[in-house]
Design a protein around this ligand. Structure first.
Ligand code: SF4
Length: 482
């Protein structure tokens, strides 16, 4: 037996006992096993990390190669999906997680036309990247299994239309295989005149088979989402799922931020008197705005204190230093007033009072979507909650010392208009760290988008530490000694 065919046979034997025999999926069968509520949520959140990064790539007009690289690295982190030939025992578990996450997100994203459109775009892109990454054999097996609505053109029909086929695909040779599909299934090929059309059928050469597969994926998903939307009111009775689904559907607006608790402290031993300098050098706009307001008014309202206080806690401010910082900042109050009105809340946020919970810092998603600020509030995200004029003025006043100029504003405002607020924030990070070797498109490393204010501050502080230690952090995260 030839070595390669023996290997293929072994592969078939190894995978014949897999429940999910294909890595690629058209997601036409929902999972039927029982899953826990925790798994329901985790599978969806992990998938959403990947999809929201795809959305961010579109908002930044990244070329397809960059989008592919970023998506693959996000997939490895959150939704790994090994090829059949990979040496791993976890294939079934990975595929189950992939399918479960997809179906949970259908529930979250079927609720409006806009959410459906964005979900279909991100999911079709993910599918396309995985398909292009698959081996010939994997694609062939997948196409055979997919119940696609196409017919292979036989030799007699091929010779009957040989001149027309040749005109549509001039470089095809006589061996080229063709598939007949409804012309509406391949609008991109029809538009580019890359297929022969006859009686409503498009004759698609095998090399363009992927176009049919992608279109089929998209069409099926669009229909499935509409059906899910119709079935959704019945699910609203389940009060356990509703908050989870509502939360998930916000993932596209602000990206998926991981929780940042005190275990991810950004800097060790931050003292109260250091905060002002850190704010000017390393804070994202939301925190810089709170800091500036606190300095100006010697006061912040409840949600502002909460947003800023938790951020500073995770940044590395101990409870003693936090009390010192807030006491000094509230300079118009007597000790007695401060102790009665504010000390308890500060200790509470450190888990030292009340429920003694160790509250994490708020993510971009929470800041963007919850507790909308009123006219006299200073919490929230300036990219979303400031008027366009105020935002531009504030951007220049806060970040021109770090290199942001008027010429940068149109690009940032375009992102804001497209409601890609965290992408605009990422672009500001890149501009203000250009002197530290951060280039356009690098994000906070490997092209990643900001999803948490502490992530912004940590990345900025890490660059400064690396420069002080005489090392250079390259965009791909490599450290180079200088
Ligand atoms: Fe803050 Fe996130 Fe808004 Fe940036 S995008 S300003 S980090 S809330």
């Amino acid at each position: 037996m030839q070595k390669s065919s023996r290997r293929q046979e072994e592969e078939v034997q190894v995978h014949s006992d897999l429940k999910y025999s294909h890595r690629l999926s058209l997601y036409d069968r929902p999972p039927t096993e029982d899953i826990t509520l925790e798994e329901f949520e985790t599978c969806a959140i992990d998938r959403l990390y990947v999809l929201s990064e795809i959305e961010s790539c579109y908002a930044r007009n990244r070329p397809f190669d960059e989008l592919k690289k970023i998506t693959k690295s996000q997939c490895e982190k959150h939704v790994p999906l090994d090829h059949n030939s990979a040496i791993t025992k976890a294939r079934d578990d990975q595929r189950r997680k992939d399918i479960t996450g997809h179906f949970v997100l259908r529930l979250a994203f079927c609720r409006s036309e806009e959410l459906r459109r964005r979900f279909v775009k991100a999911e079709t892109t993910l599918f396309r990247i995985r398909y292009l990454d698959a081996s010939e054999r994997e694609r062939r097996d997948f196409c055979k299994s997919g119940d696609f609505d196409w017919t292979q053109v036989d030799e007699s029909e091929k010779s009957m239309y040989a001149p027309q086929l040749k005109a549509a695909v001039p470089d095809a040779d006589a061996k080229e295989q063709y598939f007949k599909v409804k012309w509406t299934s391949v609008p991109d090929l029809v538009e580019k005149r890359r297929v022969f059309l006859k009686d409503g059928w498009a004759y698609v050469p095998s090399r363009e088979q992927s176009s049919i597969v992608f279109q089929e994926f998209q069409t099926r998903l669009e229909k499935a989402l509409q059906m899910t939307a119709k079935a959704l009111p019945r699910m609203d009775e389940d009060t356990r799922l509703e908050p989870i689904l509502a939360n998930l559907s916000q993932g596209f607006i602000a990206g998926m931020g991981s929780e940042w608790g005190t275990s991810e402290n950004t800097g060790e031993g931050i003292r109260a008197e250091m905060v002002d300098e850190l704010a000017h050098k390393h804070f994202p706009m939301c925190m810089r705005n709170l800091h500036d307001n606190l300095k100006r008014d010697h006061h912040l309202k409840h949600f502002g204190r909460l947003q800023y206080g938790l951020f500073l806690k995770v940044l590395g401010l101990s409870i003693e230093e936090a009390l010192a910082f807030w006491r000094r900042s509230f300079s118009g109050y007597t000790d007695d007033q401060f102790n009665k009105q504010y000390k308890y809340n500060i200790r509470h946020s450190y888990g030292l009072e009340g429920r003694r919970a160790n509250y994490p810092a708020k993510s971009c998603q929470q800041i963007l979507m919850n507790d909308q600020p009123g006219a006299s509030d200073s919490h929230g995200c300036p990219y979303r909650h400031f008027s366009p004029n105020n935002l531009q003025t504030a951007l220049l006043s806060m970040y021109s010392p770090q290199g942001l100029t008027e010429a940068d504003l149109p690009e940032i405002m375009n992102m804001v208009r497209a409601e890609a607020y965290h992408v605009a924030c990422t672009r500001v990070y890149e501009i203000t760290h250009a002197t530290q070797n951060v280039r356009k498109g690098d994000g906070i490393g490997s092209g990643e988008t900001i999803t948490h204010p502490n992530q912004y501050a940590r990345a900025s502080m890490a660059l400064e530490h690396a420069a002080a230690d005489g090392v250079k952090v390259e965009a791909d995260g490599d450290i180079v000694m200088s």
